[in-house]
Design a protein around this ligand. Sequence first.
Ligand SMILES: NC(=O)c1ccc[n+]([C@@H]2O[C@H](COP(=O)([O-])OP(=O)(O)OC[C@H]3O[C@@H](n4cnc5c(N)ncnc54)[C@H](O)[C@@H]3O)[C@@H](O)[C@H]2O)c1
Length: 259
Amino acid sequence: MAGRLNRKVAIVTGAGSGIGRAAATLFAAEGAKVMCADLNESGVSETVSRIGASAIAARVDVTVPAEVERMVASTVKAFGKLDVMYANAGIGEAGNAIDLTFEQWNRMIAINLTSVWLSSKYALPEMLKAGGGSIINQSSLAGLVGIGGIAHYSAAKAGVIGLTRQVAVEYGPKKVRCNAICPGTIFTPLVETVWSKGGGVAGGGADMEETKKRSALRYPMGRLGELADCANLALFLASDESSWITGYAVPLDGGMSAA
Ligand SMILES: NC(=O)c1ccc[n+]([C@@H]2O[C@H](COP(=O)([O-])OP(=O)(O)OC[C@H]3O[C@@H](n4cnc5c(N)ncnc54)[C@H](O)[C@@H]3O)[C@@H](O)[C@H]2O)c1
């Protein structure tokens, strides 16, 4: 089935790598015009060159209000409106509540939580103008359940779920939906960075294939997530097929949070 996002305009943050690149590519394949935003200019240019004419790229630091505002404004200028905001950009880092520094805490909250609020702050007025929209916020399994070794990450991702529910309730009457995606492990550069420093639930380590196997065994379905698992869920939440789903934090974790 193609064309599930026909006539829709979407922004995907963190589109220069991993999950964001996969989602931007799928959104475009399903008919959307896509603004691909990322701090990593070469990554996001690569995404857009793979997609072709239905995508544009912008170098955006999602923690800077003026840059997020400009990202939304240039999307509307290029494509005429905004229907879908996928606030996906983020970082991973290991650290427990004792060892984290104040700077690490604040940086994580800025990149993984404040940025998500900024995306809503500037997307909402355009969606209200357009008569509705879908905001998808990237949370994590770590926002739903306690996972060792990632105190600041867990707090930021749980905060994303709180914001998601609040926005859903406040703007539901105006036909803006807001949902969160809560993935377990999907092997991306983010995960590779955390694992290579010894972090992660399965203990990390230099041998990525070995760590993947160990990590997969922790999931009831016996495998890690794929980029397509997350992109497909984001597509569903972006499309009108999910038109009565809002305020929901969707586990995407092969059964881990059910265990
Ligand atoms: N991969 C997983 O296992 C997993 C699990 C749960 C949640 N997530 C979340 O999914 C999202 C995407 O992660 P990924 O695994 O694809 O990682 P990734 O590292 O492949 O991609 C993240 C992208 O975000 C961009 N980014 C980081 N800081 C930014 C900033 N300040 N402004 C703009 N862009 C910025 C990076 O440049 C990068 O391109 C993150 O929010 C992450 O926390 C990932």
